[in-house]
Design a protein. Structure first.
Length: 129
């Protein structure tokens, strides 16, 4: 049987990704972080994308209030073993995926597109361009 791989995630990837997203949100909400960069950070997990074999997960996060994205991503990278341990306790998975944290730029891109769409060049501006 020949299986064609598509770029779309399977329903299992989506379901497990949502479970991981909810579990990570609970960890951020209820845990005491020892890292000073994470202790006072209000972090929102916006999306979790899993590899087809469910062994690698990319976790997209945003920081409420913005700013300090590099320090936040670095601190989350240092805390990956802690998060994996917590996920192992919270979820029933054969393998806890490796976590890679990335900053979610979706909202920034949406704001930029909204600004571009609101700025409609006048007739004189479009003729000069």
């Amino acid at each position: 049987m020949i299986r064609k791989y598509s770029r779309e995630p399977s329903s299992r990837q989506l379901r497990v990704g949502e479970e991981i997203r909810h579990a990570l949100a609970d960890i951020f909400k209820h845990s005491d972080m020892h890292d000073p960069d994470l202790r006072d950070a209000c972090v929102t997990v916006t999306e979790v994308r899993l590899s087809p074999d469910l062994r690698n997960a990319t976790v997209f996060v945003t920081r409420l209030g913005g700013g300090g994205t590099e320090t936040l991503i670095a601190a989350l990278g240092r805390a990956v073993p802690y998060f994996r341990r917590q996920l192992a306790h919270d979820l029933r998975l054969r393998y806890v995926p490796r976590l890679v944290f990335k900053f979610d730029t979706t909202f920034d891109n949406a704001d930029h597109l909204d600004d571009l769409l609101r700025h409609k060049p006048g007739r004189a501006e479009s003729e000069n361009a």
